[in-house]
Every structure is written in structure tokens, then in C-alpha cells.
Ligand binder design. Structure first.
Ligand SMILES: Cc1cc2nc3c(=O)[nH]c(=O)nc-3n(C[C@H](O)[C@H](O)[C@H](O)COP(=O)(O)OP(=O)(O)OC[C@H]3O[C@@H](n4cnc5c(N)ncnc54)[C@H](O)[C@@H]3O)c2cc1C
Length: 496
């Protein structure tokens, strides 16, 4: 067989599909816009510190294990389970909630604010678990050839779940818990999908099951970028080449066959099969010039939020701060309704802090910490001007200093800031949006941009804006789905 595959983009979805293909005899060549692999799962090394720049943990570890088995390799990185999953602190309240997986231990944290928490959480998780079991294999881990086949799959989902299609995440959590603290903490996971609990469907309460019951969250020894380094090492063994600093800007085609892609320097790249790991919606619009994906049409689609991320190296230790932490304000409902579109909401930002050096001492010099902040912000459709980035970042640093009772301003020796402008520029993300297309009903399954091209039979897609969606385990599932498509196509007789 020995088909050639050209892969555009070395993000997680791309690297994983490349390895699946290479270990099954395909000849794979990767081209990447940036000077290193990983895409959004990336790393900055600066001033003696190492920072993970995007993801800080993953769920569904068994997807990675299955991937390794499919490729007949040992998983090329080591991961460890998080428990507590993370901490949560509300502004003006010194209490820190530790999100333990053990529900009895978790209930202890809520005993003052939510009577009967243990029984309520157990019932809530039982329902989330049913949702997970009844939908994941059917809807998420499947390729759909048409909207009709998707509809048939949906019809096979147990009808007891129909009510959650008409309820928001917040409404569902509100039915289960009565205190503001429990409602806010349990619904926080909706933000991991890049939206808020108010505009995320209740069907995603299945994520609570993935957090607490099913498989939990994992960190990677040495930092998240070890995933990328490990995959690149495996690809090298399979003689897969990666050409960096090469951006695709154009194409040549004949009928329903893509002949070649053209990079910024005018070089032509061709192969039997082309796999696109660049954003599946953006690439169709900006490179293939499809009307359905023009800038104006993309703006009308439903997207996730932008992220303001910044990376601090500080010359002291922070024993009072855990590894993964969420800092919330006092106006959750008001904040959630305005943050996707209203830049004024940044006057009281909510944010996440990751102390990478806590369990990975090599990521900071002795006596220092490497810290990573993530703050959801309106994407570039709603806030184009980031001239105030230092003001926003400083307000977060000051708020953090107050909450941890330690002024870190004089300790900062390294600072790097990415606004949505940098996210857009680096990875060609529409409006600098961190997680890509949102996961509402009209943009999942067969209604999401497909992983096969509408026009060119030899073009396929993998990654966050095609099926099944955003996040690291989804990128691994996406690689499996893309691999299946490519295998089926290779055997179809289209390529003589
Ligand atoms: C701040 C942040 C925090 C996150 N946290 C988490 C987390 O904790 N857990 C989790 O599971 N997920 C998290 N995610 C989501 C996760 O990072 C993404 O869903 C995942 O990494 C996307 O992978 P992908 O395969 O879609 O490829 P991408 O990472 O988007 O990679 C695509 C690659 O294509 C390249 N490219 C684009 N256009 C071209 C072109 N024209 N020519 C050549 N190359 C091109 C890009 O440079 C890039 O390297 C986070 C994301 C962000 C932004």
C-alpha cells in the first residue's frame, strides 16, 4: 500500500494521527507553521523557567492508553492522577475548597453551606454517569457519514435524557443543589468547554462524572509538553519528517482531487492524501476559500471564548498555593452572562492558576516557582484592542497576591503574556479563540465541520474544530476517527 500522507499542522490531533498512520505503513510528512510541534499544547522556555502554555491537565486517560496499544508502542510519557482535582476560592472569603474525588471528604468541605451534600452529590453523579454511559460511545467515538446517520444514532440514546436537551447546565445544577457555593463549584466544569454554565447544555453535566467518578484528571510528569516530546520521538523512529516554519497559504486542485498545497514561500507540497490539523473551519475558509466558511460566516457560528494567558517566573516558593486553583468573584451569574461578549467584565476577572513547578521542580530554578494564569476573556470579535493587557494582568496579579497573603509583584523575574491576538497569530485560530467551535447542539456530531472534505476526496481533517471537539482526549479520539476515514479511503480504489 505505502500511501503518502501530507499533514498540515503538528498539534496533538495531527501528531497522534501521524503515528497511527506511520505505524500502519503509511509514509507521512508533516509541515508546521511554527518552529516547534504541539500547537496549543505548547511550551515556553524563558529566563531559566519552563512554562506549559495551554493545557494543564487531561481526562479520559484510557484514550491515551488505547492510542498507544493501537500504535503498538509504550505511551511515551508518564502521567499521575490529581486528587484533589483542584481548589476553588471565592473573593473576600479565606476558605479554600479542595475538590476531592472521595465524596465523603468532599462533603466535609460543604457541611456549613449545603446540608445533605453527600446524598445530593451522589444522586447528581449517578445521573451524570448515566448520561456519560448512554452517549459517549454512540455520539462521540463515532464517524457519521451523513446527518441522517447521526440522527439515527441520536434516536438510539435513552429517551430518559431528553429533558437535559432543554435545560442549561446551570438550571440542572440548580435543581440539585441549593447553596451558591455548591452550584458555582459544580458548574465550573462548563468553563472547561470554553463557554459558561448558562449557555452550555445540561447534557454536559456528564463532565462531572468524568471529573469525580469515571477517570478523573491527570498531570504529566515533567509538564504537559512531555506528551509532545514523546510523540515526536516516536514519529522520528517511524521516519516521519516534520518541516517547521512552513505555513500553507494556497492550493492547486483538479476536479475532486487536491493536487498540492502551496506554502508562503511558493513551494508546492503534494501527496496521495492530505490531512489538515489546522482549524477545520478556518482552513476551509482561508485556504480553500469556501463561502460557507468565509470570515463573515465564521463570525456567525457559535465559538468558545478567548483566553488571556500569562506566565510568571517568581523568585520565591508559594507553599500556600496548590497545583491547580480557581479564583472566583462574588457575582457569578452576572459575570457568566457578560464575560463572553463584554470587555467590562474584566474589571473583576475570574481566573485559574497553575503552579507547574509544584510537582515538576525542573521547571523552575531552585527556590523559584513557574506559574501559569488563564483568564477567560471575550474573543477578538468582541474585544479587538488589547492595549490594556498590562492593566488587566496587573489587576489579576494584585488580586492573587491578596488572596494568598503574599505580594508576588517584587518577586517576578520573568513575565510573558498571550492575549487572543497572540493565540490567533501563532496558531491561526479564528478571533484568537482558545478552544475552537463551541459544542452546542448545532455544532456536534455530523453538524460539526466534517473530518472529510466536501469537495476534495483525498482531504481529511483532525483536531478541535472537527469531530468530536476540543480538549486533549478529544484530539486523541479525533485522530482515531480521521485514521478510520483515511484507511477506508485508501482501500476505496480512488487512488490507483
Ligand atoms: C489556554 C488553553 C488551555 C487549555 N487547557 C486544556 C486542558 O487543561 N485540558 C485539555 O484537555 N485541553 C485544554 N485545552 C484545549 C487543547 O489545548 C486543544 O483542544 C488541543 O490542544 C487542540 O489540538 P488540535 O489537534 O486541534 O491542534 P492545534 O493545537 O490547534 O494545532 C494545530 C497546528 O496547526 C498549525 N497550523 C495552523 N494553520 C497552519 C497552516 N496554514 N500551515 C501550517 N500549519 C498550520 C498550528 O500552528 C498548530 O501547530 C486548552 C486550550 C487552551 C488554548
Amino acid at each position: 500500500m505505502n500511501r503518502n500522507v501530507l499533514l498540515v499542522g503538528a498539534g496533538l490531533g495531527g501528531l497522534a494521527t501521524a503515528l497511527r498512520l506511520a505505524t500502519k505503513g503509511y509514509k507521512v510528512e508533516i509541515i508546521e507553521k511554527n518552529s516547534q510541534a504541539g500547537g496549543r499544547l505548547n511550551q515556553v522556555k524563558k529566563d531559566g523557567f519552563t512554562f506549559d502554555t495551554g493545557p494543564s491537565f487531561f481526562s479520559m486517560s484510557y484514550e491515551f492508553e488505547e492510542f498507544a496499544r493501537d500504535c503498538n508502542i509504550e505511551l511515551p510519557f508518564r502521567y499521575f492522577e490529581l486528587d484533589p482535582l483542584y481548589t476553588v476560592n471565592f473573593s473576600g472569603n479565606p476558605k479554600i475548597y479542595h475538590l476531592y474525588k472521595d465524596i465523603k471528604k468532599l462533603a466535609e468541605q460543604f457541611k456549613d453551606v449545603e446540608p445533605g451534600f453527600e446524598a445530593k452529590m451522589t444522586k447528581y453523579l449517578r445521573n451524570s454517569g448515566k448520561l456519560f454511559d448512554d452517549t459517549v460511545d454512540l455520539v462521540i467515538r463515532n464517524n457519521f457519514d451523513s446527518k441522517l446517520s447521526y440522527l439515527f444514532a441520536l434516536m438510539r440514546v435513552n429517551p430518559v435524557h431528553i429533558p437535559v436537551l432543554f435545560r442549561s447546565f446551570w438550571q440542572h445544577v440548580k435543581k440539585n443543589f441549593s447553596s451558591a457555593e455548591a452550584r458555582q463549584i459544580i458548574s465550573l466544569v462548563a468553563f472547561f468547554l470554553g463557554r459558561t454554565p448558562f449557555d452550555t447544555m445540561a447534557v454536559y453535566t456528564l463532565l462531572s462524572h468524568t471529573e469525580f467518578r469515571h477517570d478523573g484528571y491527570y498531570n504529566v510528569e515533567g509538564g504537559m509538553y512531555k506528551i509532545v516530546e514523546g510523540l515526536v520521538r516516536e514519529l522520528k523512529k517511524e521516519k516521519v519528517s516534520i518541516t517547521y516554519n512552513t505555513e500553507i497559504v494556497d492550493y492547486e486542485a483538479e476536479g475532486n482531487k487536491l493536487n498540492c498545497l502551496v506554502d508562503r514561500s511558493g513551494n508546492k507540497w503534494s501527496a496521495d492524501i492530505v490531512l489538515v490539523n489546522a482549524d477545520a473551519a478556518v482552513f476551509r475558509g482561508s485556504i480553500f476559500k469556501r463561502k460557507a466558511f468565509s470570515e463573515a460566516r465564521l463570525d456567525k457560528m457559535n465559538w468558545t471564548m478567548g483566553y488571556l494567558t500569562f506566565y510568571l517566573g517568581i523568585k520565591c516558593k508559594l507553599p500556600q498555593v496548590s497545583h491547580h486553583n480557581y479564583y472566583l468573584g462574588t457575582n457569578y451569574e452576572e459575570y457568566s452572562s457578560s464575560i463572553p461578549r463584554n470587555p467590562d467584565s474584566l474589571q473583576k476577572p475570574y481566573y485559574y492558576v497553575n503552579v507547574l513547578s509544584k510537582f515538576n521542580p525542573d521547571c523552575a530554578p531552585d527556590g523559584c516557582e513557574s506559574i501559569f494564569f488563564v483568564c477567560p476573556v471575550p474573543n477578538l470579535q468582541y474585544k479587538q484592542d488589547w492595549g490594556d493587557k498590562h492593566t488587566v494582568v496587573n489587576s489579576i496579579i494584585n488580586d492573587f497576591s491578596k488572596r494568598i497573603n503574599k505580594d508576588i509583584v517584587p518577586e517576578i523575574v520573568s513575565k510573558t503574556i498571550y492575549t487572543p491576538l497572540e493565540w490567533q497569530e501563532q496558531f491561526n485560530l479564528h478571533r484568537g479563540i482558545g478552544l475552537g467551535l463551541s459544542h452546542n447542539m448545532s455544532q456536534i456530531g455530523a453538524l460539526r465541520p466534517a473530518n472529510f472534505d466536501e469537495e476534495f476526496r483525498n482531504v481529511f481533517y483532525v483536531g478541535a474544530s472537527t469531530v468530536p471537539g476540543a480538549g486533549l482526549p478529544m484530539a486523541i479520539i479525533s485522530s482515531k476517527l480521521a485514521f478510520e476515514r483515511i484507511t477506508r479511503f485508501s482501500n476505496s480504489g480512488f487512488l490507483k
